[in-house]
Design a protein. Structure first.
Length: 391
């Protein structure tokens, strides 16, 4: 096995070389604690943090004072849900989300039920889209938060975020979106899209792991999540990981330089892979919306086979892919996202997600299609699920 093709960029991306080079300086040259501003080393660290903060805030059309660094996307999701819930519980204890959210949202909502909160989980259609009318009728006088992910991490479907934000604000409800997968893949404008809170993560955009961010619109009532010192303007305690923050800022800077070309290139590669699979393999279902989807996401269900077997054979050919969210890859249960779109358990089990980067070539895509065709044919010949194998 000589070929190595990485197609699991929704799980994590490779840290870009320029990002690593920028980060290194803050390990051994500018290593001061940013809270120690009475001397130069501390001030240099603080300046680096604020530079990254402005870069990321500008990218989403936010004020830099509305952006806070966190430990990652899951922390940001937890902070948004718990912070709003506990700060506004006198007003109400009702939250609206969807059945296809990341587990960082779903499990946090389940946790809040111990404190008397109630959650409405919106349905999605076969493409993973919510129904805006169902959202409207789900709103109650005690609804304090609507949390709907920008783009799904498994099937890539992009929700109508601006309309959701409008509905939330018409009813005086705080709107949060998990934009961990959308960041760097779609144009985000928190003001135009009426977003009050937004979660982000660096390692999905060519940055390091262990650093994320949260946009909090000025005036939003939210409790602190981590208590201690006065870092992040008193909202998120803990000595800042300056090198990671610098890496996050650099990654966003690089994406912003050629954003439109980046998205266009990914979309062309995505469409080539989708067409290749549809044209060469029978009995497949494209999961997610056919057009309103992330530019690098390709998720198919292959009937009569198990996804785990496909992944093992792909790995033997040097291809890294996924059967769903990296956070639940050890689970034997089928994807909750795919089940919510109406797939049966058997079909959902036969699903593979490819998420591309610009490094993937047309030659790589052709190799993946040929390999998948061979793997699916081989597995279907021995599969007891295949109707053609019935005795």
């Amino acid at each position: 096995m000589s070929k190595k093709i990485y197609l699991d960029n929704a799980a994590t991306t490779k840290v870009r070389k320029e990002v690593v080079e920028e980060m290194i300086k803050y390990f051994d040259e500018f290593y001061g604690n940013p809270s120690s501003q009475l001397y130069e080393l501390g001030r240099k660290s603080k300046e680096a943090i604020e530079k990254s903060r402005k870069t990321i805030a500008d990218f989403i059309n936010a004020d830099e004072k509305e952006f806070y660094f966190t430990g990652g996307g899951s922390e940001s999701d937890n902070w948004a849900i718990k912070g709003v819930a506990f700060a506004n519980m006198k007003k109400g204890k009702h939250i609206i989300t969807t059945k296809i959210e990341h587990h960082a949202i779903l499990h946090t909502c389940e946790y809040l039920e111990k404190f008397g909160f109630e959650t409405t989980y919106l349905d999605v259609d076969q493409y993973g889209m919510i129904d805006l009318e169902q959202l409207k009728v789900s709103i109650r006088p005690d609804t304090i938060l609507i949390s709907i992910m920008y783009a799904n991490n498994e099937i890539g479907t992009i929700q109508p975020i601006e309309q959701i934000g409008e509905i939330a604000h018409e009813h005086g409800i705080i709107f949060h979106t998990d934009a961990v997968q959308a960041m760097g893949a779609v144009k985000i404008d928190v003001k135009k899209q009426h977003i009050d809170l937004m979660s982000m993560s660096a390692h999905k955009v060519g940055g390091p792991k262990g650093i994320g961010g949260m946009y909090i619109r000025k005036g939003v009532k939210i409790d602190n999540f981590i208590h201690g010192g006065g870092q992040e303007r008193g909202k998120r305690a803990g000595t800042e990981g300056v090198q990671n923050i610098v890496g996050f800022g650099k990654a966003v800077e690089l994406i912003n330089k050629n954003f439109d070309k980046h998205v266009e290139a990914l979309t062309l590669k995505r469409n080539k892979l989708i067409e290749g699979i549809k044209s060469n393999i029978e009995d497949v279902i494209l999961n997610g919306h056919p057009t309103m989807r992330l530019p690098n996401n390709v998720n198919f269900s292959y009937k009569y086979v198990e996804g785990e077997s496909i992944l093992l054979l792909l790995d033997m050919e040097g291809i890294a892919a996924s059967s769903g969210s990296a956070c639940t890859s050890g689970s034997l249960d089928p994807s909750h996202v795919l089940l919510a779109t109406g797939l049966d358990h058997g079909t959902a089990h036969g699903s593979i997600r490819f998420t591309l980067s610009e490094e993937i070539t047309d030659e790589d895509i052709e190799f993946v299609v040929e390999t998948m065709k061979s793997i699916i044919e081989k597995l279907r010949k021995i599969s007891p699920l295949n109707k053609n194998n019935a005795m």
